[in-house]
Write a new protein. Structure first.
Length: 228
């Protein structure tokens, strides 16, 4: 798996040495001296045109890494958590990466992607600035399987919807899951009847809605606080 970009590569080099196979450098001085010395035996220099080819035209910023394939979590692990996100048919890796970054920073325990069979993990590692390397994440195509399994261990499901109750009026306790639907369709029809409560973000001005990653940040921040 190839990832590229200065920020995400420096994060991986600093925090995840065990998964780094090769460091490709196309710009002198891109690595701090300490990291350069640490990875010297794994560094390969290459011309910019080859770096561009490896990045498939993306902005590599002078450094690329070959790393081990991403290892997914599993549903059994998710069932042991207190607060997980369930992504319902989200496919845009930019949005998913932003959600992963926020979820990791704000304290969510894991993320389950449903309604898809596979995702581009290299892209998601990059767009999450490396947070995906530390966030339990698993793809399980059937959202009903996920809901049924988590409800068996007393998870309560909250769905993001413009028509839901204000998130500011809700109180949270116990294991809970936040379901985020796609920007175009929202939460799928098959999943809606299984949701315990729909929640929304109260707007101060008339506007259609927030980007799903922005909405996720607000909802995650609110839902991490439990009733005392």
């Amino acid at each position: 798996m190839i990832i590229y970009g200065k920020q995400v590569c420096l994060y991986a080099l600093s925090q995840h040495e065990s998964i780094v196979k090769t460091v490709y450098i196309a710009k002198k001085g891109i690595l701090p001296q300490k990291l350069y010395d640490k990875y010297k035996s794994r560094i390969k220099f290459l011309e910019d045109r080859w770096a561009q080819s490896m990045a498939k035209g993306g902005n590599h910023q002078g450094v690329l890494l070959e790393i081990e394939e991403f290892v997914q979590s599993d549903l059994a692990t998710m069932k042991q958590n207190r607060f997980v996100l369930v992504l319902d048919t989200l496919t845009d890796t930019g949005n998913i990466g932003a959600i992963v970054r926020t979820a990791y920073a704000l304290g969510a325990d894991g993320i389950i992607a449903t309604g898809v069979k596979q995702l581009n993990f290299a892209s998601m590692i990059r767009t999450s600035s490396g947070a995906l390397l530390d966030m339990p994440f698993v793809v399980i195509p059937n959202i009903l399987d996920v809901i049924n399994e988590l409800k068996q261990v007393n998870f309560k499901f909250y769905g993001a919807s413009m028509d839901g109750s204000s998130i500011d009026a809700c109180r949270f306790e116990g294991s809970r899951a936040l379901v985020l639907g796609s920007e175009g369709e929202g939460i799928s029809k098959r999943a809606k009847p299984k949701i315990d409560e729909m929640v929304s973000i109260e707007m101060q001005r008339e506007f259609d809605s927030l980007n799903v990653s922005a909405a996720a940040a607000i909802l995650i921040h609110r839902m991490r606080y439990e009733v005392k």
